[in-house]
Design a protein around this ligand. Structure first.
Ligand code: PLP
Length: 391
């Protein structure tokens, strides 16, 4: 028997990928499946980005790059952060990573070990907890509540910090809820963190450009008092419809940047060179396609929220960010995972059960509205019909 480390008995997964595999399998059997499960834009990567990557290959950019990414790209990330958040950052603090997920992997590896605690949002992106468990640290869920419109509470978050806490993970706009935490709450949290100077902060802002109804995205990099312990996670996947390119960027404080660089050297050497040139074109080129994708998500958001609220037993808050609806299904009489599974197998609609995002996920399902309005409407009809006939 090969004996790997105990972490592998605890590491988890992202069930959205299992649902995607099952949905693809059913579709392969000829079933008509509408996939509202996986969280990825259904748009094509804008042409000028694709062309820049193709050109990079033709121009001979097919070798290794510096481990933290090519200099012009790190400079473009700094410029982008300045443009969007009005904050000066140094390109030397930027690391280009193979997907935003890798930033959380690195940050959690840096701070997690037995005897330490890491705070993470629940419900939240499943990899936070999975990686925390892998390291042997104690995962401490920060409840994200419907009655709070799925924003995190500064007071509750701060109350969970102990002398063992090493890292606090924040996510706004949020997956799976679409919640966006307002400025007042983030300011309160940043002020409160003054009392805990040894707690690092990982702010997952991968949906930073997707907010609606005039809701602002407040980046944690705007808080000077946190700059020496803030790790910022953002990237191209969602904003530029580039999930399969595996490109993300991260900003590290001076005290961690060299550790991050070393992890990069040890694990992946550098991100795919032509993809980095694509990423450069994305940041420096026209942003109108980002705006039109967000406008389209906004229109679909209204359709899905209205449609869900019209179904007996379902109530859905209006999400203010990302591209997920997270309705409360408590009054349908179904358990969330059983409903998600039945909807896929019997009604041909892929969604994710709330418990896949944490213990507080019971009573909810997540629907991604990164799909056409026609498909969303058809999926809503199927869900309504299924719930009526399955009673
Ligand atoms: N963070 C959150 C909250 C996400 O929802 C996702 C993807 O679904 C990621 C990070 C990872 O993004 P990437 O595909 O760039 O690794």
């Amino acid at each position: 028997m090969l004996r790997t480390i105990a972490g592998f008995d605890r590491i988890g997964e992202e069930n959205a990928f299992a649902v995607l595999a099952r949905a693809t399998e059913l579709a392969g059997q000829g079933r008509d499946i509408i996939n509202l499960g996986i969280g990825q834009p259904d748009f094509r990567t804008p042409d000028h980005i694709v062309e820049a990557a193709v050109k990079a290959l033709r121009d001979g950019h097919h070798g290794y790059t510096p481990a933290t990414g090519i200099a012009p790209l790190r400079e473009a990330v700094s410029a982008d952060l300045f443009k969007r958040h009005g904050v000066e950052t140094h390109p030397d603090n930027v690391v280009i990573v193979p997907g935003g997920k890798v930033t959380m992997f690195m940050a959690i590896l840096m701070f997690g070990q037995p005897g330490t605690e890491i705070l993470y949002p629940d419900p939240g992106f499943p990899i936070y907890r999975s990686m925390i468990e892998f390291t042997g640290a104690l995962p401490v869920p920060v409840p994200i509540r419907e009655e709070n419109d799925f924003a995190f509470s500064a007071e509750e978050t701060l109350s969970l910090i102990t002398d063992k806490t090493r890292l606090l993970i924040l996510n706004s706009p949020a997956n799976p809820t679409g919640g966006v935490t307002p400025r007042s709450e983030i300011e309160k949290l940043a002020a409160g963190l003054e009392r805990f100077p040894d707690v690092a902060v990982l702010s997952d802002e991968i949906y930073s450009q997707m907010t609606y109804d005039g809701m602002e995205h407040v980046s944690l990099i705007g808080f000077e008092n946190l700059r020496d312990r803030l790790i910022l996670l953002d990237g191209w996947s969602k904003t530029y419809a580039m999930t399969g390119w595996r490109m993300g960027f991260s900003l590290w404080p001076d005290g961690l940047i060299d550790k991050a660089r070393k992890l990069a050297v040890n694990a992946w050497s550098c991100v795919n060179a032509p993809a980095q040139y694509g990423g450069l074109a994305a940041l420096t080129g026209p942003q109108d396609e980002v705006a039109s994708m967000v406008a389209e998500f906004d229109a679909r958001r209204r359709v899905i929220v209205d449609g869900l609220n019209a179904i007996d037993g379902i109530s859905c808050r209006t999400p203010l960010g990302a591209f997920y609806a997270y309705p409360n299904i408590g009054k349908t009489g179904w358990k969330a995972k059983a409903l998600a599974s039945a909807l896929l197998e019997e009604a041909g609609v892929a969604v994710i059960g709330g418990p896949d995002f944490g213990v507080l996920g019971e009573g909810y399902i997540r629907l991604s509205y990164a799909n056409s309005t026609a498909n969303i409407k058809a999926a809503l009809e199927r869900i309504e019909r299924f719930l009526k006939t399955s009673k």
